[in-house]
Ligand binder design. Structure first.
Ligand code: NAD
Length: 483
């Protein structure tokens, strides 16, 4: 580590904020630690209200120029950023894996290409926007998508750069300026992105990145009067605080929150497919908001399903996420592992039975939790109702379609649902009755950025994706002109 630069897996990462096109240090720092082995990755600038104010000022100053930049030029710059991410894809992948412990092969093959795609998709979508003019008694109605102003984007650690760019790309495409606050457990790839945007020629102040804790710099950003949009991905308790803070200035909010999604397996399903879908829920060590963590199986096939699931899960390899043979890496932080284990202990004490797992995998060190499947769980129990955010699934059975739907919908969340059935009519019937932002039928995690994305109930407020992102990040205006 030299002055403000840390080297992570051979990649130089600046540990300072990125404000107004310049690197800015803070008086204090916080330590960023790798979940793989507990090694220190860097001492990161710890932002306060001072840096939040400076970043909002920089975004406010840059806004008129960026908003007036022709769409084609904004789109060109977003594509240039995507080019930069692709050029440094390997660096982004290894730094993200070092920082959040998710599989290196996933970052290489799926996540970082998706980061680049986020920029390309919203750049292209921008150029398609707004052919909505119509006439009323000879008057024309012209709908325009006006940029709203500085946007504060706050993101979690489970898919740091993917989730950040899912917001940055449409916000910038729309002509807004941005202040991103990455999660304090995963600050690094956002800093690399700042370098890429500078190299691509994005004007100073259009994208600003402030590092630090939510309760410090995060709070200062969401309470700022000059912020025109807040988009937040994270937990429900934080969302409540942010919603209250945003209330002061009535700043429009988009909230993408937690889930407790069901996987419904009907007796007519392709059982091998259903088992594959169930085991897939351990991906990213269970740290996926969309994960179908409640497995609901028709009782006539429950025994056979459990047998095949157990065999398949036993073949999963847990270990270093940089190793191509690894299926499940570490969880993010000791605090998170304690939280996961607390949920499991309490469930076991309340009478649940662990079919597999049930505790940490101690031979790998403190942060690796064994893939766990709990049964004999009551519908109103904590383990069925609360998001664990670790590799912990529950198994319940149902006797009828009505019961399956009732169990599936009986939580305060509504992010996603997955169903496995061989009957297309049943798929249609059940999908229509599920409370969820996304329903997957005989598949999981297939995402098209044209689709709306978000959650029902406490899984979120609003939708992003495709045109919905522009709805959120723009002030839509209708201009009526007399003949
Ligand atoms: P979190 O709510 O603890 O933190 C998220 C972000 O909010 C972090 O950057 C944090 O610093 C910041 N923050 C915390 N307090 C703040 C405050 N008072 N003001 C402003 N910012 C503040 O969530 P987490 O543990 O980082 O992430 C896990 C959660 O995110 C899970 O609930 C998961 O389901 C959810 N998630 C949802 C989606 C989705 O798209 N719906 C995607 C990924 C993760």
């Amino acid at each position: 580590m030299t002055d403000h630069i840390t080297t992570v897996a051979g990649v130089a990462v600046d540990t300072r904020h990125w404000i107004g096109g310049a690197r800015v240090a803070s008086e204090e720092t916080f330590t960023d630690v790798s979940p793989i082995d507990g090694s220190v990755l860097g001492e990161i600038a710890r932002g306060t209200a001072t840096e939040a104010t400076a970043a909002v000022a920089a975004a406010t100053a840059a806004f008129p120029g960026w908003a007036a930049t022709p769409r084609a030029e904004r789109a060109r710059l977003l594509h240039a950023i995507a080019d930069g991410v692709e050029k440094r894809l390997e660096e982004f992948a290894i730094v993200e894996t070092s920082d959040n412990g998710a599989l290196l092969r996933s970052h290489r093959r799926g996540v970082m290409p998706r980061v680049a795609h986020n920029f390309r998709f919203f750049a292209d979508r921008l150029l398609d926007l707004g052919h909505d003019d119509f006439e009323t008694r000879g008057h024309t109605n012209h709908v325009s998508w006006d940029p709203a102003g500085p946007c504060v984007l706050i993101t979690p650690w489970n898919a740091p750069l993917m989730l950040a760019t899912w917001k940055i790309a449409p916000a910038l495409a729309a002509g807004n300026t941005v202040i991103l606050k990455p999660a304090e457990w995963t600050p690094l790839t956002a800093s690399l992105l700042a370098d890429v945007t500078a190299e691509a020629g994005l004007p100073a102040g259009v994208l600003n990145i402030v590092q630090g804790y939510g309760a410090e710099v995060g709070e200062a950003l969401v309470t700022h009067a000059d912020v025109r949009r807040i988009s937040f991905t994270g937990s429900v308790p934080t969302a409540r605080r942010i919603a209250v803070a945003a209330g002061d200035h009535l700043t429009p909010l988009s909230l993408e929150l937690g889930g407790k999604s069901p996987l419904l397996v009907f007796a007519d399903a392709d059982l091998d497919l259903a088992v594959d879908l169930a085991v897939e829920q351990y991906d990213n060590a269970g740290q996926v908001c969309l994960a179908a963590t409640r497995i609901l199986v028709e009782e006539t096939i429950a025994e056979e399903f459990t047998r095949r699931f157990t065999a398949k899960a036993a073949a999963l390899t847990q270990g270093d996420p940089r190793d191509p043979a690894t299926d499940i890496g570490p969880n993010i932080h000791p605090r998170q592992v304690e939280k996961i284990d607390g949920f499991v202990r309490r469930a076991l004490n309340a009478g649940a039975r662990a079919i597999i797992g049930g505790g940490p995998k101690t031979d790998l060190g403190g942060l690796y939790y064994r893939p766990t499947l709990l049964t004999d769980v009551a519908q109103d129990s904590e383990i069925v109702q609360e998001e664990v955010f670790g590799p912990v699934l529950t198994l319940q059975t149902f006797a009828s379609e009505d019961e399956a739907v009732a169990l599936a919908n009986d939580t305060r969340f509504g992010l996603a649902a997955t169903l496995a059935t061989g009957d297309p009519e049943r798929a249609e019937r059940v999908s229509a009755r599920l409370v969820a932002g996304t329903v997957w039928v005989n598949c999981f995690f297939v995402r098209d950025l044209r689709a709306p994305f978000g959650g029902a109930r406490q899984s979120g407020v609003g939708r992003e994706g495709g045109t919905w992102s522009f709805d959120f990040y723009c002030d839509l205006k209708n201009t009526v002109t007399a003949p």
